[in-house]
Design a protein around this ligand. Structure first.
Ligand SMILES: [Fe+2]
Length: 301
């Protein structure tokens, strides 16, 4: 019984879900250095996954979370994958990445105290309902302390403070600037990015394309998010995964084959020219001659 649950629980937090966030090419690393860097981080990711799933309290909590609200549960894993990749690129070491990942997976655990009628309400929330949703940060923090007495303060901060805004307009405490714990700021970016790019089945919100989500982060830098953290996110996180099928604005389709750190919105694409003949050409969107070309849709990840 435990094993079958374990398989289903571990599936989302696997290296396959973390790897795509690493840009394949980096200006400051040779190809072999880059490959070693990414492989080392993926090995660590695997180790952390095993640790998390081997922790009975964590396992039981995640199982309960999954039973209560699948969407929030999977969102937690996505945010953990994204936070891990971003934290690794920012240079965080194993100790910090462990605390970051634990906090990220649990960041919305307080939603288990929000009635499903509110969580899954298809229409806009009333003020009273929104106040209940907002309380998930404090609920989650208090619950996590009870369940995990040894959970690191950096992980707890991710749960309590991931809805604080850099300009002080967030909740629950209205913290501003550097008073918002750093790991909570990482989780906040990952949280919004995943929420914007994931198809939601409630409240009718349509998912955004990666570049639209990046634009949202940039538009809100200095307001919701720290400016330099957004710059780092845009530089480091590869929004298009190698192997994804995309549509371009010249009525062609192609496969992403290389992504560049610092220009992750302009990858190299193998564009199909003639499906009947199976011909294709490599098109580097970074190349100035291709500046008119845009990715307009991700057809499959
Ligand atoms: Fe949240």
């Amino acid at each position: 019984m435990r094993d079958s649950y374990s398989l289903r629980l571990t599936k989302p937090f696997v290296v396959d879900n973390v790897q795509p966030y690493f840009a394949t090419t980096c200006a400051t690393q040779s190809p072999s250095e880059r490959a070693t860097f990414i492989n080392n981080k993926l090995d660590l990711c695997e180790k952390l996954t095993e640790e998390i799933m081997g922790d009975i309290d964590m396992f039981e909590t995640l199982l309960m979370f999954r039973r209560y609200d699948k969407l929030s549960f999977f969102h937690g894993f996505n945010v953990a994958c994204l936070s891990f990749a971003f934290g690794a690129e920012l240079g965080l070491e194993e100790y910090d990445l462990r605390n970051l990942v634990r906090g990220a997976i649990l960041h919305d655990i307080g939603k288990t105290k929000v009635p499903l009628s509110i969580l899954n309400k298809p229409s806009a929330l009333t003020k009273a309902e929104y106040d209940i949703v907002k309380a998930h940060t404090q609920y989650g923090h208090d619950e996590a302390i009870k369940i995990f007495p040894n959970l690191h303060k950096d992980s707890l901060a991710c749960i309590l403070s991931h809805h604080e805004n850099i300009d002080g307009t967030g909740y629950p405490s209205g913290l501003a600037g550097s008073n918002i714990p750093f790991f909570a700021q990482i989780v906040a970016l990952a949280d919004i990015y995943d929420a914007l790019t994931t198809v939601r089945t409630y409240r009718g919100a349509a998912s955004k394309l990666p570049y639209e989500a990046i634009q949202y982060l940039m538009d809100n830098s200095g307001i919701i998010f720290d400016k330099s953290l957004v710059e780092s996110f845009v530089k480091y996180i590869s929004v298009y995964s190698v192997g994804s099928l995309v549509a371009l604005n010249n009525n062609t389709h192609g496969i992403i084959c290389e992504t560049y750190q610092g220009a992750t919105l302009r990858p190299k694409v193998e564009v199909f020219l003639d499906n009947t003949k199976g011909t294709s050409e490599l098109v580097n969107l970074l190349d100035i001659k291709n500046k008119h070309l845009e990715i307009i849709k991700v057809l499959s990840q």
